[in-house]
Design a protein around this ligand. Structure first.
Ligand code: 3H9
Length: 699
C-alpha cells in the first residue's frame, strides 16, 4: 500500500489521507495511492462513506507540474476521479489550504465537498498556459454555473470558502476539518442523500444552453486583457463544450485542448516562470541556519511617488510604517495621495469600504530623520543623487537602533559607496522597488560587498511578506533590470538616427508582448529628466534634445515622442515629430533608410540578452532565471515568452550571437559584439539554462 496516502476508519467512515509535502501535488504515487485506497474502502464492508483529506498545509494543490512533458505514468488522473465519482458509497472531499487545479478536479469528482473557512478553491491552470485537463472545465460549470466557471477558469483566480458555499461548490463550511467532514458524512448517510455526480447534473447549464450570450459575454469580459495568450481562449472553448456537448464528448474536447497546450511554447514558458519565481527566492551564499531578523516596524524616508507606494505595500500587508519627510507640507501631500489611492480602489470594489482608514491608521507621518529610531527596517526613497543619499544614510546611521536593516531604494547608485558612509555596512543593502511601487511586484534586493547574510535574508523575507517577488542582485550601474534596459534604450535611440520612427519601434515592441514601447515609456517617465542629466554630463542626443528644446517633455506637457489629447494617455503619432527627426538628421548629414520590423525586434531584444550574459558573467545575477524574473515582474515582459534569457534559449544562442555580430559591424557599434559567455555557449551549442541545475519545469 501507498506511503503517501493512508486510510483509517472512524465510525464507519474511511478517512483517506494524502500526505505528500510540500503541497500534496498529484504525483503518480499520490494518484495510485488515492485510487488504491478508494477502491479498498469501496470493497470494505465496514465502510459506508469515504472522506478524502490532506495532511500538511494544504489540500491537493494540483497536478505535479514537474511531470508534464515526461512520459505519462498510470493511473491517469481521470481514472482516479472516476473511482471517486462512481463509488457506490458517498465520497466527500475535506478541503483546507488551497484546492487548486487537479486538486479541485479531484474534489469535483467527489459527491460532496466541505471546507474550512480559510480554504481557497480554484482552477489556475490558465496561469501555467494550460487548461484544467481532468474534467474541471466540464464539472465546474455544472457545479457553479458557466459565468462563475468562466471567471475561475479563464481568469484563473481562486474563490474563498464563503463564496464557494454560496455558489454550491461546497456543501458546508466546517470548523474542524476531519471531525466536520465525518459529521457531514454521517448526515448524508442518515438522510440517505442521493449521491451527486456532477457529470449527470446539467441543471446549472440550462440558462446558458438557452441563451449562449450568458457564456460569451462572460468570456469577452475575462479575455479583454489576454492579448497574445493562447490558454484563456482554449479554456473558454473547453467550457463552451460543457454547454454544447454531452459530458463524455466535452471531456474528450477538454483532453484534446490540454494535450495541445501542454506541449506549447507558451505553456513551457509559463511553467518555467512559475519555477523561476520560486528559485529566485532562494539565496545563494547564505550559511545554513541563517535566520532573518524580526521586523515589526518599518521606516520609509521620503513620501514622494516611490516612498508613498512602498509605504502602501507595507500597510497593505498590515505592517506599521513610520513615513518620514523633511516638512509637514510634503508629508501631507504624500499621505493625501495614498489615501486617495486606497479610496479609489475601495470605490471600484477592490477593497472593503473600511480598508482605506484601517491602512492609513498603520502609517505614522513624521518630520525628521531621528524618527527612524524605532524601526527594524529603514528604506530610503529620496532624490536619486549620491550626495543626498550619503547625507541621509549618515543621519540614519546616527539614529537607527543597532541591528536595524538600512535599505536604499536607489535604482542605479552603488550600495557599497552608500554603505561606506555608515559605521555598519553589514546592515546596508538595496531594496529597489519599481514604479508604481504599490502595484509592481518586483523588488531587486541589492547585496553589497559587506552585506551580512541575515540582513539579506531579512530583506528577501519581508519582500515576500508584502507580496513582492524578490530577486537578489549584485552591485553595478542599474543592477539587472535598468542595466539591460539601458542596452535597449541605446538601440532604440540609434534606430531613430537610422530612419525608424518612434511609433514603428514601439509597435514592434508591443506586438512582441511588452506593455509599452521605449518611446511611449519615455513620454510617461518625462523626457526632461534625461535631458537635464545629459546637460549635466555634457552629453548630446540630438533628437531627444531637440524635442525637449521644443518643450516636448512627454505626457506631462501633452507632447513628447507622441502627442496626447487633453486628459488622455494614449500616444498619437505626430507629424511634427517626423519633421523634427528629418530636420535633425539633415543637420547631421544622415540619411534615413527603411528598417524592417525584424531588425527592430532583434535590436530591441538581443542587446538586452547580451547584457544579460555579461551580468551572469560578472555574477551580478546568480542564475539566468533570476534575470527573467526581473523582467517578468518589473517590466511586464510577456509571461508566455518566459523572460529574455528563456526567450534567448528558445530562439537559439547561435542565431542571436550571429545577428549581434552582424549588427555590431553594420552599425559600427562594438558594444553589440556577443559577450564572451554568449559567444562560448553559442559555439558549444548550449543554452543559458545549461548554466544552472536543470529547471524543474518540464523541457
Ligand atoms: C494541473 O493541475 C493540471 C490538471 O488540470 C490536469 C492534469 C491532467 N507541482 O509556491 P510555494 C512546489 S496544473 C509541483 O513556494 P506557497 C513549489 O515549486 C497545476 N510542485 O508555496 C515549491 O517547491 P520548492 C495547477 C509544486 O505556500 C513548493 O511546492 N495548480 C506545485 O507560497 C512550495 O510552493 C497550480 O497551478 C505543483 N503543482 O504556495 C498551483 N505547486 O520549495 C501551483 C507547488 O522546491 N502552486 N509546488 O521551491 C501554487 O500556486 C502554490 O505553490 C501554492 C502554495 C498556492 C499551492
Amino acid at each position: 500500500m501507498s506511503e503517501v496516502v493512508t486510510r483509517a476508519t472512524q465510525d464507519q467512515v474511511a478517512i483517506v489521507t494524502v500526505d505528500s509535502p510540500p503541497v500534496n501535488a498529484l504525483s503518480a504515487a499520490v494518484r495510485r495511492g488515492i485510487l488504491e485506497n478508494v477502491n479498498a474502502a469501496v470493497a470494505d464492508p465496514a465502510v459506508q462513506a469515504i472522506v478524502l483529506v490532506c495532511a500538511g498545509r494544504t489540500f491537493i494543490a494540483g497536478a505535479d507540474i514537474t511531470e508534464f512533458g515526461k512520459p505519462p505514468q498510470p493511473p491517469a488522473l481521470n481514472d482516479v476521479i472516476a473511482a471517486l465519482e462512481n463509488s457506490p458509497k458517498p465520497t466527500i472531499a475535506a478541503i483546507h489550504g488551497t484546492a487548486l487545479g487537479g486538486g479541485l478536479e479531484v474534489a469535483l469528482g467527489c459527491h460532496f465537498r466541505v471546507a474550512v473557512k480559510e480554504a481557497k478553491l480554484g482552477l489556475p491552470e490558465v496561469k501555467l498556459g494550460l487548461l484544467p485537463g481532468a474534467g474541471g472545465t466540464q464539472r465546474l460549470p455544472r457545479a457553479v454555473g458557466p459565468e462563475l466557471a468562466v471567471q475561475m477558469i479563464v481568469g484563473g483566480s481562486p474563490i474563498g470558502a464563503a463564496e464557494a458555499l454560496k455558489h454550491g461548490l461546497v456543501e458546508e463550511v466546517v470548523e474542524n476539518l476531519v471531525a466536520g467532514a465525518v459529521a457531514f458524512a454521517k448526515k448524508v448517510l442518515a438522510e440517505k442523500r442521493p449521491l451527486r455526480r456532477l457529470r449527470d447534473d446539467d441543471s446549472k447549464l440550462a440558462a446558458a444552453k438557452a441563451d449562449r450570450s450568458i457564456f460569451t459575454n462572460a468570456v469577452a469580459a475575462m479575455t479583454k486583457k489576454a492579448r497574445g495568450l493562447e490558454a484563456p481562449f482554449a479554456c473558454a472553448d473547453a467550457i463552451g463544450a460543457a454547454i454544447d456537448l454531452p459530458f463524455e464528448e466535452g471531456l474528450k474536447k477538454e483532453r484534446e485542448g490540454f494535450m495541445k497546450l501542454v506541449v506549447s511554447d507558451q505553456s513551457k514558458a509559463q511553467r518555467y516562470a512559475f519555477f523561476a519565481e520560486r528559485e529566485a527566492a532562494k539565496v545563494d551564499g547564505v550559511p545554513d541556519g541563517t535566520k532573518p531578523r524580526p521586523v515589526s516596524r518599518v521606516a520609509i524616508i521620503g513620501a514622494g511617488t516611490m516612498g508613498g507606494g512602498i509605504a502602501m505595500s507595507f500597510a497593505n500587508a498590515g505592517i506599521p510604517v513610520t513615513l518620514i519627510e523633511t516638512g509637514e507640507e510634503q508629508l501631507k501631500r504624500g499621505l493625501g495621495i495614498m489615501q486617495k489611492n486606497w479610496e479609489a480602489t475601495a470605490a471600484r470594489g477592490g477593497l472593503p469600504p473600511d480598508a482605506p482608514a484601517k491602512r492609513m491608521a498603520l502609517i505614522t507621518g513624521l518630520v525628521g530623520l531621528e524618527n527612524v529610531k524605532d524601526a527594524d527596517l529603514i528604506i530610503e526613497a529620496v532624490f536619486e543623487t549620491m550626495a543626498v543619499k550619503k547625507e541621509v544614510f549618515t543621519a540614519v546611521d546616527a539614529h537607527a537602533k543597532p541591528g536595524a536593516v538600512l535599505a536604499s531604494n536607489t535604482s542605479y547608485l552603488s550600495i557599497d559607496e552608500i554603505a561606506a558612509t555608515t559605521k555598519r555596512p553589514q546592515d546596508v543593502l538595496g531594496m529597489h522597488f519599481f514604479s508604481p511601487a504599490n502595484v509592481m511586484k518586483l523588488c531587486e534586493i541589492v547585496r553589497g560587498a559587506k552585506t551580512a547574510p541575515d540582513a539579506l535574508l531579512t530583506a528577501v523575507s519581508i519582500a515576500k511578506k508584502i507580496a513582492k517577488v524578490p530577486v537578489v542582485v549584485g552591485v553595478c550601474d542599474g543592477f539587472v533590470g535598468n542595466r539591460m534596459l539601458a542596452a535597449r534604450s541605446k538601440q532604440s535611440e540609434k534606430l531613430l538616427f537610422e530612419g525608424a520612427l518612434p511609433q514603428q519601434v514601439d509597435a514592434v515592441v508591443t506586438k512582441f508582448g511588452m506593455p509599452m514601447g521605449p518611446f511611449a515609456m519615455g513620454d510617461l517617465a518625462g523626457l526632461d529628466i534625461g535631458w537635464r542629466s545629459r546637460k549635466d554630463r555634457g552629453i548630446k542626443s540630438e533628437i531627444a534634445d531637440a524635442l525637449c528644446e521644443a518643450g516636448r517633455f512627454g505626457q506631462k506637457t501633452g507632447k513628447g515622442y507622441y502627442k496626447y489629447e487633453q486628459g488622455s494617455r494614449a500616444p498619437m503619432p505626430d507629424p511634427e515629430v517626423e519633421t523634427l527627426i528629418n530636420d535633425t538628421l539633415a543637420k547631421l548629414g544622415l540619411k534615413r533608410r527603411d528598417i524592417t520590423d525584424e531588425e527592430i525586434l532583434e535590436r530591441m531584444v538581443y542587446p538586452m540578452i547580451n547584457e544579460g550574459a555579461r551580468i551572469l558573467e560578472e555574477k551580478i545575477a546568480a542564475r539566468p532565471s533570476d534575470i527573467d524574473v526581473v523582467w517578468l515582474y518589473g517590466y511586464g515582459w510577456p509571461i508566455y515568452r518566459g523572460g529574455p534569457m528563456h526567450y534567448a534559449d528558445s530562439v537559439g544562442l547561435k542565431h542571436i550571437a550571429e545577428r549581434l555580430s552582424a549588427y555590431a559591424k553594420a552599425t559600427n557599434d562594438p558594444s553589440l559584439e556577443p559577450a564572451p559567455l554568449l559567444a562560448r555557449l553559442a559555439a558549444e551549442g548550449k543554452t543559458f539554462a545549461s548554466l544552472t541545475q536543470p529547471s524543474k519545469a518540464a523541457a
